[in-house]
Design a protein around this ligand. Sequence first.
Ligand code: ATP
Ligand code: MG
Length: 563
Amino acid sequence: MSQSRATASPASSANDFINDIISADNAQGTYAGRVQTRFPPEPNGRLHIGHAKAITVDFDSAQNYDGICNLRFDDTNPETEETEFVDSIITDVRWLGFEPADIFYASDYFEQLYQWAEYLIGKGLAYVDEQDSETISAQRGGYGKPGIESPFRNRGIEENLDQFRRMRAGEFADGSRVLRAKIDMNHENMQLRDPVLYRIRRGHHHRTHDAWVIYPTYDWAHGQSDAIEGVTHSLCTLEFASHRPLYDWCLEQLPLPFEKPKQIEFARLELTHTVTSKRRLAKLVDNGILDGWDDPRMPTLAGLRKRGYPASAIVAFCRGIGVSKTNSRQAIEELESYVRRDLNKVAQRRMAVLRPIKLTLTNWPEGQVEYFELMNNPENPDDGTRKVAFTGELFIESEDFAEVPPPKFFRLSLGREVRLRGAYFVTATDLVTDDQGNVVEVLATYDPASKGGNSPDGRKVKSTIHWVCRPYAVPVNVALYDRLFTTTVPGDATGEPLDDLNPDSRELLNVCLAEAALAETEPGEVVQFERLGYFAADPQQELFFHRTVGLRDEWAAIQKRQR
Ligand code: ATP
Ligand code: MG
């Protein structure tokens, strides 16, 4: 390894403790200055925002030292894993902007793992237990409660080998035998009380199909897979800390091709108002509560992508919050502020009215059409302008008109003058109501001298509202989203997050109208509807928009309150 690699200093995510450990290893020449990490998902669901955190940490830690990071599927469980999840995980990792050096599968190591299991048996360190799983777990004991040794624990090596080979050959029924490590039934760490290494399970595996009837446990496969690949720093979340002594024990018994990987644990990412557990997310999908893994309310990468979250914002958030050793929950508003910041730079501005009410200019010359040249993005003049048609027949947001204006309401009301964004000053003069007395149309006059929305004589208006021109409007469908769970910590009170599900997490609007330019939005593109927020064009359905986030930075307000 070159010296420059060994001493390279971290490029991005500051001086966190993981970098400190890697730097120290490099300084001491451990792993000959090599840095290799991996992101190891189990393909039993789609990736969520928590995984984005792990992915960012795994890839950044390698990249900071010119090392490599692989994607490895820990696909040891035939029952829950699917090729569909493998494909979506690859897509999602790449979408975040990370390219794995290689894509590996723990299932490719099944033969090696099996051989190593025989090797362990040969050393007298593993045995076949014929007790059922309930008995085995009951015998495990607990903290301060010693375990009970299995009556099969002291079988001879030859008998164990014979039993294990017959397990592989399919001679025994599912669940009738397991292979266990022979460590210590009184160990203070439960993980080391003769853990199960192999189970008999006639499941159809998505890659090895029906080649195996025995499958390694995650504990037996994970550390050894790292070792087979030459992983140097095995980064994972805190819940695996208690497994580390077991992984180390296994690795210490085996003739490894590389130096033993070093496991480093960091805190999981949790977000307020949502859940980041595949099991819980799967429940939302399987129970039909949401529309699927990519429902825009899901904290999955597929959901966030459909919702319009830029990958850049997700990664910047993961880097921004840093890596820690204690679990905590991040405010979802903070993630949203990253999203807003990125979208502000790139999203084209458009006008759309979600709940329209007619606005008719009574002094507008019959048949006249004008075009206003509006900036696509004031944050980025290079994005140019677009022409927006204007006539005396308009729609405005019904919320922007009040028949009886409440205190501090400065938008349109009878006798009040406001600016129509980029067009004219208008003053409401009269109302049209339906049979029930609902306002269905507002009549107004415009001041021709205020063209472009500029005050002709220095007089001021207290508000600017958005509008859409009726003859040129395109109908759009819009989905507005609220928090998926009403509480900051879903399930905090009852233990069941579903108890806190927000029944109004989605509102579908199908009477919205937008300026003509909206029809040219690309699938998946995010635009800003002036005054309403950022909206992502649905990848399939034309003229259907998902609200990504509103415009107001709630995170700034939360921080202010905390100070
Ligand atoms: P879940 O609890 O959602 O099922 P998991 O840990 O079982 O997640 P894996 O596919 O095993 O999911 O995870 C792959 C990697 O992602 C692991 O290294 C795991 O530590 C990490 N990871 C999972 N959830 C989070 C999270 N919320 N924050 C950070 N890292 C996570
Ligand atoms: Mg897991």
